[in-house]
Design a protein around this ligand. Structure first.
Ligand code: HEC
Ligand code: HEC
Ligand code: HEC
Ligand code: HEC
Ligand code: HEC
Length: 620
């Protein structure tokens, strides 16, 4: 015991857990107590699979099949989440209870979220805490605000809440009907006895399920142990009490996918995307989260679809929920038996294919030259930032391979190293968000100012150059607390231009846009910061395993090969001739360190003698 304690103290250094309790993390919305009274338990996806899974050969459009091979179904098993959960509990006492609310919601509503390390979560067949974000979590959900056309009964569900969430979105503030029901998009499902196959459970037409707001409760994550100050910084509030205002906009924003979408042109229903890459069978513009993440398919809604009145649907929402995560599902499969997870080789392949396609749809890439520079434009067509969501460990970047006339490599940038899983970030353009514990928060927790990768201590965005969505307005992103940081995007700009000096001798360049789910830096921190249990080493080992994480090998989102116009060496200003003006340009930038500037002809990061020589030897 003594040895154990001293190791912990040694590893933690001066770090002390924030003196929080579950009260600090209390969020309004349906509480476990509301559900204890319920007549109907939250049943597991197994009980839906019989009718909503496995009935279409060779396709994965059945709700259960798509859902089961997505991370939302496996979120309570996700090894990266478990590793991060342990660190959260080390950093702030019982903060894990908050994580469980979104990542293992069935267990949370069943009252199994304490101890906050998840050790009380129960496996089961009919009710299963490891079922992730399961069918009933979404299909018993009720809109937080009244909207005409929503089920009338929703009013009484809201009225019965002890802690109504008001119009606040995010932070897991879900409202669930304590009485079982199947709320969904259709109004034509017969509820007459003998006809409704759910009988006596009603199928209820719920327009809420076709609005983005159905996803908002979890896809906006803010840190409840922070309070926004007049100067815009976030101070720690760890006092054993609920947040002083309970307004999510007063809390430090860790994930803002919902707000990003809400303040994009997609929320206005504008026809933004130039083709129908996302829409599936949908006619018209894509707008909601569902339009892109649950594209309409022609398929049956249940096993009996071939026998009327359950007919083939033209708009069956695909439950694959394709996203950006490239490898963690494999990690889940290696830890648990298929009979537990519902995963299979075919489903895994279909899922990975869906995610890769989604990533390829996310952007378009163009390139052109200006003088002796190559300009690469990445345009974001997703409904939020690119990339969006969880920021720790996620990054997107450009890989460049400059080739000479005989196809030899002149130089490279942003090349992913399969041995380390890393890239040299300074060699290229990287898009990411860097969130840190700063100021009073760092002091309160006893960590160095600027500490990253401690989710529950984060209170400052040090850098965020992720590409905004169409319809971006600086003031609006400022207002919800997550403007770009360290870069500028003009209002309306949903693309980013990166400039690279064309190296001498290059005649062609191959550019690839890459995305990595889990950086080496992040996985190492999950291992090194863990002083409690094995979850860090488990996550780290899976990430390193060539058959599983393979060091989170990046997904290529876009690629192009560009023939460089044979430019004249020494033509600094790009006017087609090497003359006095080019000489002047070199001399006036002389000695200046400049990465990517046009005067740095040899690309060594500085304007100097070699650059002058290149001009002189090509003069006239
Ligand atoms: C993350 C939330 C979420 C989860 C989890 C979820 N659904 Fe859905 N489901 C929806 C939404 C939203 C729609 C409406 C989609 C639309 O109309 O665009 C829907 C639609 C449906 C429909 C109507 C037909 C269709 O596909 O549009 C059925 C049936 C259905 N879901 C069953 C299930 C079953 C069974 C599960 C579990 C295996 C499940 N859902 C899990 C959100 C969810
Ligand atoms: C309000 C809901 C919510 C809460 C509370 C929440 N998360 Fe999450 N978390 C999410 C969502 C949604 C994602 C997925 C976003 C994405 O994929 O970009 C996510 C993603 C993650 C991931 C990335 C998983 C992977 O496989 O890469 C980790 C790790 C994580 N969360 C840890 C935590 C921890 C630790 C806590 C508690 C301190 C927590 N989360 C609290 C909603 C939540
Ligand atoms: C005995 C078979 C059966 C079981 C079991 C079953 N369903 Fe259904 N469900 C159906 C049929 C049939 C439909 C109608 C499909 C259609 O019309 O396209 C349906 C429709 C739905 C809809 C669409 C409702 C609407 O109004 O849009 C949802 C949501 C749904 N089921 C959810 C579930 C969930 C969640 C479970 C498990 C808890 C489940 N179902 C279990 C047979 C079943
Ligand atoms: C109860 C909370 C909850 C709700 C409601 C919810 N999500 Fe999620 N979602 C999560 C969590 C937690 C994760 C991350 C799981 C992980 O990485 O382990 C996630 C992950 C995702 C991902 C990323 C998957 C991947 O592999 O990269 C997508 C896409 C997604 N959700 C879309 C949606 C959409 C669309 C809706 C609304 C129809 C929705 N979610 C509603 C909690 C939720
Ligand atoms: C116009 C299409 C479109 C709309 C609308 C849209 N998304 Fe996405 N989403 C994408 C694309 C493409 C990606 C993959 C690129 C990326 O990670 O940003 C993605 C990725 C994601 C991810 C995965 C991030 C990760 O790190 O794993 C989540 C979670 C997500 N979206 C949630 C949502 C939610 C919630 C909404 C609605 C509020 C929404 N999306 C609206 C296209 C869309």
């Amino acid at each position: 015991m003594l040895i154990c304690l001293s190791t912990i103290l040694l590893a933690l250094g001066d770090q002390v857990p924030l003196p929080t309790s579950v009260e600090d993390f209390l969020q309004p919305g349906t509480q476990p107590d509301d559900m204890v009274q319920m007549l109907d338990p939250l049943s597991s996806s197994n009980t839906c699979q019989a009718c909503h899974g496995d009935y279409l050969q060779d396709s994965f459009h059945e709700p259960w099949d798509g859902w089961v091979s997505n991370l939302m179904a496996q979120s309570a098993r996700d090894p990266i989440w478990h590793a991060a959960l342990t660190i959260a509990n080390q950093d702030a006492t019982d903060s894990g209870e908050y994580c469980i609310r979104c990542h293992a919601p069935v267990g949370w509503y069943r009252g199994h979220s304490l101890p906050s390390d998840g050790s009380a979560l129960e496996d089961g067949f009919f009710e299963n805490d490891f079922d992730g974000v399961n069918c009933q979590i979404c299909h018993r959900a009720v809109s937080p605000v009244p909207v005409p056309g929503d089920p009338v009964v929703d009013e009484s569900v809201r009225a019965a809440l002890e802690f109504p969430p008001g119009d606040g979105y995010g932070n897991g503030r879900l409202i669930l009907d304590p009485v079982d029901s199947r709320r969904g998009p259709y109004s034509d499902i017969p509820n007459t006895p003998g006809m409704n196959l759910h009988s006596p459970t009603p199928a209820i037409h719920s327009p809420f399920h076709q609005r983005s707001a159905a996803c908002s409760a979890c896809h906006e994550v803010r840190n409840p142990v922070t309070m926004k100050q007049a100067d815009g910084t976030y101070a720690p509030v760890a006092d054993g009490e609920p947040h002083p205002t309970q307004d999510p906009y007063d809390m430090y924003p860790e994930q803002t996918t919902w707000s990003e979408w809400l303040h994009s042109s997609f929320a206005d229903g504008a026809d933004v995307v130039p083709d129908d890459r996302f829409a599936g069978n949908l006619d018209g513009p894509v707008s909601t989260c569902q339009d892109c993440h649950m594209p309409d398919r022609v398929a049956g809604g249940c096993f009996a679809w071939e026998s009327p009145p359950w007919f083939e649907r033209q708009d069956l929402g695909d439950h694959g929920f394709a996203g950006a995560n490239s490898w963690v599902l494999k990690g889940v499969r290696s830890l648990y038996d298929d009979s537990v997870t519902g995963l299979s080789t075919e489903r895994m392949e279909a899922s990975l294919e869906r995610n890769i396609q989604m990533m390829r749809n996310a952007s378009d890439m163009d390139a052109w030259t200006e003088g002796n520079e190559l300009v690469v434009r990445v345009t974001n067509w997703s409904g939020h930032r690119l990339p969006t969501g969880y920021s720790e460990g996620r990054r997107m970047w450009l890989q460049l391979r400059w080739l000479d006339a005989s196809g030899g490599v002149v130089s490279e940038a942003g090349v992913w190293n399969p041995t380390t899983g890393d890239i040299v970030e300074s060699s290229t353009k990287v898009w990411k968000s860097v969130q840190v514990a700063a100021g009073a928060m760092a002091q309160a927790a006893g960590v160095p100012d600027g500490t990253t990768h401690h989710l529950v201590l984060l209170n400052k965005t040090e850098f965020d150059n992720r590409i905004p969505p169409a319809g971006f307005v600086n003031a609006e992103f400022e207002a919800f607390g997550a403007p770009p940081v360290g870069v500028t995007y003009a209002d309306g700009q949903h693309w980013d231009d990166s400039r690279f000096v064309i190296p001498v001798g290059a005649t062609q360049v191959a550019v690839t846009l890459l995305h990595q789910t889990t950086t080496p830096d992040y996985i190492d921190s999950l291992l090194e910061n863990n002083v409690t249990d094995e979850s860090g080493i488990i996550a780290w080992s899976l990430w390193n395993d060539p058959e599983i994480g393979n060091r989170s090998v990046p997904i290529d989102m876009d690629a192009l090969v560009f023939d460089l116009e044979p430019s004249t060496p020494g033509d600094v200003n790009g006017d087609g001739s090497v003359d006095f003006n080019d000489l002047l340009a070199i001399l006036s930038a002389w000695g200046a360190p400049c990465t990517g500037c046009s005067e740095d002809l040899d690309g060594d990061g500085e304007v100097g003698f070699n650059d002058l020589l290149i001009v002189l030897s090509n003069f006239g």
